[in-house]
Design a protein around this ligand. Structure first.
Ligand code: ZN
Length: 557
């Protein structure tokens, strides 16, 4: 009797499945193509603030039809592009990968150096450079791209695209294939670390000279000005940056101050919406030429849209320009998603959308609203530490280097005065914490011994600390204060990011595809969970030392 019942059940299930099959296109068993879109500098609230102005099939495709995780955050100190991309695409933090920031002080070089420097590799079209970014040799551990390549016996492709060398390379890992728009050349390139030469289709793409076509182009608002004033305020505001010679108010005309396309123009182009068009056009070409998603072996495409970051740095995250970039990115993605539908198919494509970090509002604008905020030059911070150590131990040059990544003490001075590093670190941290602009300062010794309190900030410090690269004290700015950042030459204008505060670490995270259970998910998510989740969806091995875990609740049965 049980048998008969079971048989009927089985038949009923078969009939049910048949009826489902007749009304819905069955998804491919696994995604054929995973497309991970990383918007460089995109705050979580942008989707909410401007959501009603979006078109039907851009961001809204994922917001309305996908899994939208509303509390996705990074748990690291230096919320910037290199660590952000690294966490998304490897599922690990810098204490394992070594990518603690975009650049950091190097004791042996006695100066700041950038991530990914490799004198043994060169960029196509450029002379080799001893301090140029050229490979991911220093990146420890594997990435999503590496694992996909290995799991498919190198039949699956993993292509990454950006307007920043480091975003493309970090996302590619060791055996993915990165391409990026290189502003110093005005075209797309890659490194000899990843391939022997650029493939013919990339050379043909470059021969079209698409960047030149936007020379002198005017960037005007997409919608009437009143819409922008209503939501984010007036266009002309204190603290905005104009170092690309295109002004701080609409309309922005992009020439880089030149009469014809040249290096300054190719750089200025990165600060416009047309840079995203260029990247997405390159992505379309890559999908066609590399036949991504055309067979049963899964492929991976990672697109990092860099222009949003440059615009955010120049005008601040609350500017009309960032609002307009957001609306334009929405429309650009809608076009691109339409292309994916045609070329690969909605039932075969897994879409993931997120960001590498947020941004700090321009300090002068925050201060005008009555919230304490300021730019904090590095000089006075150094002075505080020098004075405290001079008073305690006698005159010396105690500070070798300081920036937002860390304070690096002069070890020779510590030896001369026969002190322990631990006590000098401690006094330095206390001197920094006495400044209103510094919320907290963690010492190397406390981190190495695991002696920090059990707090979110401490966890972030452990995640960002690498013994060979980090400083002796890690300062954390008071929220809304900005420790000046030489890297982008941001001194008196513009803004930056790189602190473990919500405006920098809270980003959108959305998954879309027939394998995803749609919904608005409020559970906290660590950004290290992205790679394990994609690996699970693709059915591939995960990076061996991953920190993150699979977001099982968003995956359908
Ligand atoms: Zn940035």
């Amino acid at each position: 009797m049980y048998k008969i019942h079971a048989g009927r059940m089985a038949m009923a299930i078969v009939l049910l499945m048949a009826s489902v099959a007749s009304t819905h296109a069955q998804p491919a068993a696994k995604p054929r193509l995973a497309v991970l879109v990383i918007i460089d500098q995109f705050r979580h609230e942008n989707l909410k603030k401007f959501g009603d102005l979006f078109v039907e099939d851009g961001f809204r495709r994922l917001m309305d039809g996908g899994a939208w995780m509303t509390d996705a955050r990074y748990s690291h100190l230096h919320a910037s592009t290199s660590p952000g991309h690294n966490v998304i695409t490897s599922g690990m933090y810098a204490y394992k990968t070594g990518i603690i920031a975009n650049s950091w002080y190097d004791r042996s070089w006695r100066k700041r150096r950038r991530s990914l420097v490799d004198p043994d590799s060169h960029l196509f079209g450029k002379d080799p450079s001893p301090d140029g970014r050229a490979s991911t040799k220093e990146l420890q551990g594997t990435t999503l791209a590496d694992e996909l390549r290995m799991a498919t016996n190198f039949r699956g492709k993993a292509i990454t695209i950006s307007a920043k060398d480091y975003s493309a390379m970090i996302s590619a890992g060791k055996i993915g294939t990165p391409y990026w728009y290189e502003a110093s050349l005005g075209r797309f390139t890659s490194s000899s670390f990843f391939m022997d030469d650029l493939p013919p289709w990339v050379k043909q793409f470059n021969a079209r000279k698409l960047p030149d076509k936007s020379f002198g182009r005017t960037w005007e608002r997409l919608l009437p000005e009143a819409e922008y004033v209503k939501r984010v305020g007036i266009d002309d505001r204190v603290g905005e940056e104009d170092n690309r010679k295109s002004g701080t108010t609409f309309p922005h005309v992009t020439t880089g101050g030149l009469d014809a396309p040249g290096a300054a123009y190719y750089n200025a182009l990165k600060h416009t919406p047309w840079s995203n068009d260029l990247e997405l056009e390159f992505a379309r070409q890559a999908i066609i030429e590399e036949q991504l998603g055309q067979d049963d072996v899964p492929d991976l495409l990672i697109i990092s849209l860099s222009a949003n970051d440059y615009v955010g740095h120049d005008y601040g995250p609350l500017s009309q320009e960032v609002m307009d970039m957001t609306l334009r990115t929405d429309r650009q993605l809608a076009d691109f998603f339409g292309f994916l539908d045609q070329q690969v198919g909605r039932d075969k494509t897994l879409l993931i959308l997120t960001a590498d970090h947020g941004a700090l509002p321009i300090p002068e604008q925050t201060a005008m609203k009555g919230i304490p905020a300021a730019r904090v030059p590095e000089g006075p911070l150094t002075e505080r530490v020098e004075q405290a150590l001079d008073a305690a131990y006698g005159d010396d040059g105690w500070v070798e280097f300081i920036d937002k990544v860390g304070l690096y003490l002069n070890y020779e001075a510590i030896e001369r005065h026969q002190l322990t590093r631990a006590e000098v670190e401690q006094l330095s941290a206390e001197a920094l914490e006495a400044a209103p602009s510094i919320l907290k300062a963690f010492t190397r010794t406390h981190i190495e011994r695991g002696q920090l309190p059990d707090t979110n900030l401490a966890r972030a410090a452990y995640h960002s600390f690498h013994p060979d690269k980090s400083g002796d004290v890690m300062p954390i700015a008071t929220p809304y204060y900005m420790i000046l950042d030489d890297e982008y030459s941001i001194t008196t204008y513009g803004t930056t990011h790189g602190m473990p505060h919500d405006y920098d670490i809270h980003v959108p995270l959305l998954f879309y595809g027939p394998w995803i259970k749609p919904g608005y998910y409020r559970l906290p998510v660590d950004m290290a969970d992205v790679t394990p989740t994609i690996c699970e969806l693709l059915g591939i091995t995960m990076p061996a030392t991953r920190d993150g875990q699979v977001l099982g609740n968003i995956i359908g049965d």
